[in-house]
Design a protein around this ligand. Structure first.
Ligand code: SF4
Ligand code: SF4
Length: 377
């Protein structure tokens, strides 16, 4: 079953027609009615861990200050990230968005998408980064891609791969390629075990099929207008492995065993929020993982933190310093107090703010660092 939503000009699958996730997939915290679905409870859970024996007692502001940063201040907005909603065809165990097929309420409407474009024009950002959930499920996805590409912006689609197999979206690889969109695809591991463990049984085979569609559309061949980036999160409570060596291994493995190609591999640290936080708690790893993040604080990552150059817009138009703060309901705060909304974004006021930080920020500064673009150091 598919519906055609007004204004999209595109067939978009109705949420209930989304394929069921595999047996190892979970359900959203929201669908299970768990206290941890609340951002406030997530922040309190992380804050409650005793890190008094860790450097700076696990206080991110103190770690910053000891590195010579009295406050985290933004530079010019370079990346305009738009979160189109929490609806997703998958329910991965590590999801920091708590996305899933049940999240039909949180979706960006056309008026907010248009307000995003007006705000984009005022910021001078060179890149538009579309994320979700599965951003492709939003009826305004193609509208935003077209409008951003027409403005000469570099456009990124944060894609979970399996969405490209959903009826009505199988034309996306060619469609995105025609517009020069970089596709940044999540894949926990190039081998089956790690991928299915994190994303549900059957995800690996679907991911390979989606990669094949992308390769057939010219992605992964070194063409800068068809850039195919893979993103991996560790499957467990540890930091990512060495990037250049691992990228070589992935490229050789996927080529040798499946005749598939991609352009680059980036790694993200798992953030102690939402469903990954649930897993840390239930597996007894929360304290040791937080200790690891705090002990691995790397001052060299601070200058490049994504919150210094990225603006994150929620599906209701509220403005955040990053996608993680968005999920923790920590909006960007003006120097004069108050928050921002995309429909009346004051770019000057943005520049004079301090970025909102909490303990989860150690996830971005641990080891080689982590951002939507991968390592920082
Ligand atoms: S991690 Fe990505 S693909 Fe998985 S449920 Fe979350 S938004 Fe969907
Ligand atoms: S979570 Fe990371 S990107 Fe977000 S405010 Fe903290 S340090 Fe910055």
């Amino acid at each position: 079953m598919a519906d055609t939503r007004p204004g999209s000009g595109v067939f978009v699958p109705a949420p209930l027609s989304l394929p069921a996730a595999g047996p190892r997939a979970t359900r959203s915290l929201h669908a299970r009615g768990l206290p941890l679905a609340s951002a406030e409870v997530q922040i309190a859970t992380v804050d409650a861990v005793d890190l008094s024996a860790s450097p700076h007692e696990g206080d991110f502001s103190r770690a910053l200050s000891a590195s010579g940063w009295e406050a985290l201040r933004p530079g010019p907005v370079e990346i305009f990230q738009i979160n189109l909603g929490k609806l997703c065809n998958m329910t991965c165990r590590h999801c920091h968005v708590d996305a899933g097929p049940d999240r039909t309420e949180e979706t960006m409407d056309r008026a907010t998408a248009e307000a995003c474009l007006r705000a984009l024009d005022r910021t001078g950002a060179h890149t538009v980064d579309l994320t979700g959930g599965a951003p492709e499920l939003n009826p305004n996805f193609r509208f935003l891609v077209d409008e951003a590409a027409a403005r000469g912006k570099h456009v990124i689609d944060r894609c979970n791969l399996t969405i490209l197999l959903v009826p009505g979206l199988r034309d996306l690889p060619a469609w995105l390629g025609e517009r020069g969109v970089e596709v940044v695809c999540s894949l926990p591991h190039w081998r089956k075990r790690g991928t299915d463990a994190q994303r549900g049984d059957g995800t690996y085979e679907k991911s390979l099929e989606a990669l094949r569609l992308l390769n057939e559309a010219g992605y992964g061949s070194g063409d800068p207008r068809r850039r195919l980036t893979l993103v991996s999160n560790p499957v467990g409570a540890f930091l990512p492995a060495n990037q250049p060596a691992t990228e070589r291994e992935w490229k050789e493995g996927l080529r040798r065993e499946h005749d598939l190609a991609f352009d680059r591999l980036i790694f993200l640290n798992n953030m102690p929020i939402s469903r990954y936080l649930e897993w840390l708690e239930s597996s007894g790893n929360l304290e040791t993982y937080l200790q690891l993040l705090v002990a691995s604080f790397n001052p060299a990552t601070v200058a490049g933190l994504m919150c210094r150059s990225t603006l994150s817009i929620g599906c209701d138009g509220r403005v955040y310093d990053c996608d993680f703060n968005q999920m923790l309901d920590l909006p960007t705060v003006q120097a004069s107090g108050g928050t921002f909304h995309v429909r009346d974004l004051d770019v000057e006021a943005l520049r004079s703010r301090s970025i909102v930080t909490r303990r989860h920020c150690f996830g971005c500064t641990a080891g080689a660092g982590s951002s939507c673009g991968g390592a920082l150091d």
